[in-house]
Design a binder for this molecule. Structure first.
Ligand SMILES: Cc1cc2nc3c(=O)[nH]c(=O)nc-3n(C[C@H](O)[C@H](O)[C@H](O)COP(=O)(O)O)c2cc1C
Length: 149
């Protein structure tokens, strides 16, 4: 079965990274392969995106918006779509970390809904990341994996 890409940006404290790891654990618990990709380290290629069965996307709230590298990922999908690639409709789970504002939810879900089949409820975590948010991410990972089966 195709794997899940867990794609995230994390830079300040590692909050979003810990959510990404919990979500990937949930995917694996459900018997599906998960690959964690930090957008601080590299971009997602078209070929690996097309091969994925689903994605999980995580960002910190930066000025009530997505981190730049995650926005770039959405820009890439838009351009792939415009060039005729079949990129729309994959199942996707969303999660984000914030410092008390959390207004990134609206633009994040708006962009995701353009390209993905949004799975479950977006997990929101006010930093510092606690066990409850990690458990929610783990459950969301399981829900996403079940969508692939
Ligand atoms: C440049 C920058 C802008 C931020 N803007 C917001 C914001 O608008 N609202 C908010 O709630 N938190 C904001 N934060 C706080 C981060 O969202 C929060 O610390 C988050 O948990 C960091 O995640 P990370 O440790 O994965 O990088 C901002 C942090 C940075 C570095």
């Amino acid at each position: 079965m195709a794997k899940v890409l867990v794609i995230y940006h994390s830079q300040q404290f590692g909050d979003t990274k810990s959510l990404a790891k919990a979500l990937a654990e949930g995917v694996r618990d459900a018997g599906v392969e998960a690959e964690i990709i930090s957008t601080n380290e590299r971009c997602i290629t078209l070929d690996e995106f097309l091969a994925a069965g689903g994605v999980a996307l995580g960002t910190p709230d930066y000025f009530s918006y997505l981190a730049g590298t995650i926005k770039t990922f959405f820009d890439d999908i838009y351009l792939w779509d415009k060039s005729g690639e079949s990129v729309k409709g994959k199942p996707a789970a969303l999660f984000f970390s914030h410092g008390g504002g959390g207004r990134v939810r609206e633009p994040f879900e708006y962009l995701a809904d353009k390209f993905f089949d949004h799975v479950g409820e977006t997990v929101e975590s006010r930093r510092p990341t606690g066990d409850e948010a990690k458990q929610k991410c783990r459950a969301l990972g399981k829900e996403l994996a079940r969508k692939l089966k």
